[in-house]
Design a protein around this ligand. Sequence first.
Ligand SMILES: C[S@@+](CC[C@H](N)C(=O)[O-])C[C@H]1O[C@@H](n2cnc3c(N)ncnc32)[C@H](O)[C@@H]1O
Length: 437
Amino acid sequence: MADRRPRVDPARLAAHDVLRAVRVDDAYANLVLPQVLRQHGLRERDAAFATELASGTLRMQGLYDEVIDACLTRPRLEAKVRDVLRLGVHQLLSMRVPDHAAISTSVDLTRARVGQGPAGLVNAVLRKVTEGDIEEWRRRVSPDRADDLLGHLAVRHSHPRWVVEALAQALDRPAELETLLMADNDAPGVTLVARPGLSTTEELVAAGGTASGRSPYAVSLSGGDPAAIPAVAEGRAGVQDEGSQLVALAVADAPLAGRDERWLDLCAGPGGKAALLASLAAGRNATVVAHERQPHRAALVANALRAVPPQAYRVVTGDGTRPSWVPGTFDRVLVDAPCSGLGALRRRPESRWRRSPGDLDELVPLQRALLDAGAESLRPGGVMVYATCSPVLAETVEVLDAVLAGRGDLEELDRMMLWPHRDGTDAMFAATLRRRS
Ligand SMILES: C[S@@+](CC[C@H](N)C(=O)[O-])C[C@H]1O[C@@H](n2cnc3c(N)ncnc32)[C@H](O)[C@@H]1O
């Protein structure tokens, strides 16, 4: 007998698998995607389609859920069906997929992954969605802008409301809030770092990149697989947001009098900043201790550092709040603290939905303890950078103020706040401090 199950194209099956893994297994989309693409045998155009479908859907799911709910007559929906609908809405409102193709493939996907039962509902909801384009739907489902600006922006640009509130508090120019939210929804380009002494920007430009921006080591790549570039494959260069490069440079370039030999990266995993610091240290006869709590992340640090001369670094596993070294050991310290990551929403499409304000209750005391331990690790006159890939005040300025007020031996030398919409980087905070002599 002929097989009557619908044939669904593998790219849509793959995107549905990614949504399921994120929802059920708490997977990170950017980590699970390569595995799922491989399982479905997807390459090139099909892989790019599945990637955009899964990532874009996860990013915009707040808006899409409002659209779906506005089209439903019954409010309850099985999670697997909602995933199919979210993917369908993304194709209809944000991709150039013809309406009939988006609807019929979604109905097939429902039959393949859920069963015949909800196929009619999926068909009906998606037909309703075709009645408006994305702007029309934004108008219909967002709260009124004049009555509730933050609620309006949250739905319109698909961010949880508490995140919009936290970003609004952190942004020094309130008029830029909407531009920031829009920048969070743009997939970031790929930036490479030419690790000094190991590679050059010229080598990466010759491999197809363009020298870019404020870090002298940054090269942006407009397409292609970075891992195919020999310098990247060999660890002489790496993929690294320009903001992260600038944070590492803030550590290496902070003005320092006296000995400059012992550097510490207290929270080093997965090792991007440690690799830039260690390659700079190698050229200055200094040594970096790349310290990380989680053994599996310490292994990632060792891998990131594999091309750096071994005498320039040591990878150490331990709890940074209870350092194993003598206080006052280090001349330069980086405390790149674990944080909410709300500055890197461009890069992690699902993270905005996974975080909650309660996360800060655990993170803030840890951030304070790590900053305090970083200060204890510094010799008098030594310099330290406290950094987060979050702009949220509770994790940045408030941590800094609390630790500065509690110690009295730290002075702030400089402060940097990078924003995606202004700087083209992740939102990153970095304060440079000196321990008084
Ligand atoms: C923001 S990430 C650091 C990113 C890293 N500097 C880079 O550029 O690749 C924070 C790291 O701190 C680690 N961490 C968390 N708690 C820690 C602790 N008590 N001591 C040391 N590291 C810790 C996390 O495992 C995570 O790898």
